[in-house]
Design a protein around this ligand. Structure first.
Ligand code: NAP
Length: 251
């Protein structure tokens, strides 16, 4: 068990998250899987509820594991319809959920720790208009500015003029664009952290899950491959990137 890592995986009860957990276990790693209902041995975490995240952090501290080695933010939703409520709820899970989890578990990460965001090709920067791209790409973008940017999307949806301001009519896309930007912000903010923490995003491809539907070409195992690699592979020693099929791709 020399190279065995301790990895927290959100939304590990089904879909890609379950395949990530399974693959990690097969590799001899210790998995702390979370699910919303907390049944069947999962830790109960709803990433939209801060109290459940704090409870997980306390549980991990109490268990005296000596910290964790990786956090895989996999939990996500793709809701039907498009309106301000869908926009808020989608961001709450896919963007803020990953942010809350990362903030809460960051202190527990050991040296060499990894944070992996399960993002999507739908979060490519071209999902937003040319007027918004430089703002997301700004190397000096702060966390507060990023939050303000995604909140401005919700405001424009409320006002009915989001497309005029360069936003797509897809909350899912915006949540993943935001997540990819968050990876860059976190990687930069952690650059001086002596633990050398690595933060990356990955697109799993189109995967046969409840979200991806039975029409998708990839199995959950195939979708899990790059997230697992980013979480534990010694050669995945990189930060601030977006990965597909173990290769860094342009955002
Ligand atoms: P899925 O089968 O629908 O599973 C989603 C998982 O997220 C479930 O475990 C679900 O828990 C959990 N979840 C949803 N909301 C949550 C919340 N508020 N708190 C905690 N857990 C929550 O979807 P999937 O295809 O495996 O997707 C996993 C990740 O891959 C997502 O981030 C998704 O955006 C991304 N992705 C998927 C595809 C694809 O083709 N499938 C493509 C690109 C990216 P419950 O069981 O309680 O609902």
């Amino acid at each position: 068990m020399g190279d065995a890592r301790t990895v927290v995986v959100t939304g590990a009860n089904r879909g890609i998250g379950a395949a990530i957990a399974e693959e990690l276990r097969r590799g001899g790693h210790r998995v702390i899987g979370t699910s919303r209902d907390g049944k069947d041995g999962f830790e109960p975490v709803d990433v939209t509820r801060q109290a459940t995240i704090e409870a997980l952090a306390s549980t991990l501290r109490r268990r005296e594991l000596g910290g964790i080695d990786a956090l895989v933010n996999n939990a996500g939703v793709s809701l039907d319809g498009f309106n301000a409520d869908v926009a808020r709820r989608t961001l709450d899970t896919n963007f803020y959920g990953a942010m809350r989890m990362t903030d809460a578990l960051l202190p527990l990460l050991r040296p060499g720790g990894r944070v992996v965001m399960v993002s999507s090709g739908l979060g490519e920067l071209s999902s937003v208009g040319p007027e918004l791209r430089p703002r997301f790409l700004d190397p000096a973008l702060t966390r507060d500015e990023l939050v303000e940017l995604v909140e401005s999307f919700v405001r424009h949806v409320v006002e009915g003029d989001h497309e005029r301001h360069g936003w797509p009519s897809s909350a899912y896309r915006v949540s993943k664009v935001g997540l990819n930007a968050l990876v860059r912000v976190l990687a930069r903010d952690l650059a001086d952290d002596p633990r050398r923490i690595r933060v990356n995003a990955t697109c799993p491809g189109w995967v046969r899950t409840r979200m991806g539907t039975a029409a998708a070409p990839r199995s959950p195992e195939e979708g899990a491959d790059t997230p697992v690699w980013l979480a534990v592979a010694p050669e995945a020693d990189t930060t601030g990137g977006l990965f597909r099929d173990r290769r860094r791709i342009p955002w």
